[in-house]
Structure formats: structure tokens, C-alpha cells
Ligand binder design. Structure first.
Ligand code: SF4
Ligand code: SF4
Length: 74
């Protein structure tokens, strides 16, 4: 589980479900998501991490992820 938080903002990627498809990266209006090599996903792929400073908790990433990997907020 990758988790980053600041004040009342929380981004979680349950990266064992992340397949590195980049749909969340593309839809994020703040461009604060990126694939990183710190954790391996379903196919041994890079997985998504968040620059929480820029995140506005809009949940667009959570909604678009086909694999339910992302959770926004507490
Ligand atoms: S909640 Fe919104 S701003 Fe934050 S990472 Fe997801 S799409 Fe980007
Ligand atoms: S949409 Fe889901 S599966 Fe695709 S890169 Fe983002 S977190 Fe991973």
C-alpha cells in the first residue's frame, strides 16, 4: 500500500492492483500523478504515486481506475 497525505488530504494506491495503464495520470487535472519504480504492480509494472501538495482531492483518478486501486480521502 502506497500512501501519502498532507493535512486533510490523503492519496492511497493499493499498488498490487495497479497495472500501470496511466488512465489516472492522464485524467488528473492537476498533473500530480506519475508512474514510479518504487513499488511493483500486477504485471511487475511501475505504479502511480501522487504529489500531494498539488492534489485537490477531486477523485477523478479514483473514479477512472478500472482496478479500484486508488482511494482518495480518509
Ligand atoms: S484526486 Fe484529483 S487532483 Fe488528486 S490525484 Fe486524483 S485526479 Fe489528481
Ligand atoms: S488507473 Fe489504476 S491501474 Fe491504471 S495506472 Fe492508475 S492506479 Fe494504476
Amino acid at each position: 500500500m502506497y500512501k501519502t497525505q498532507k493535512e486533510n488530504k490523503i492519496f492511497i494506491n493499493n499498488f498490487k492492483y495497479c497495472k500501470g495503464c496511466s488512465l489516472c495520470v492522464e485524467i488528473c487535472p492537476k498533473k500530480c500523478l506519475a508512474l514510479k519504480d518504487n513499488n511493483r504492480g500486477v504485471y511487475g509494472n511501475d505504479t502511480v504515486e501522487c504529489n500531494i501538495d498539488l492534489c485537490i482531492q477531486c477523485k477523478a483518478c479514483e473514479r477512472i481506475c478500472p482496478d479500484g486501486a486508488i482511494k482518495i480521502g480518509g
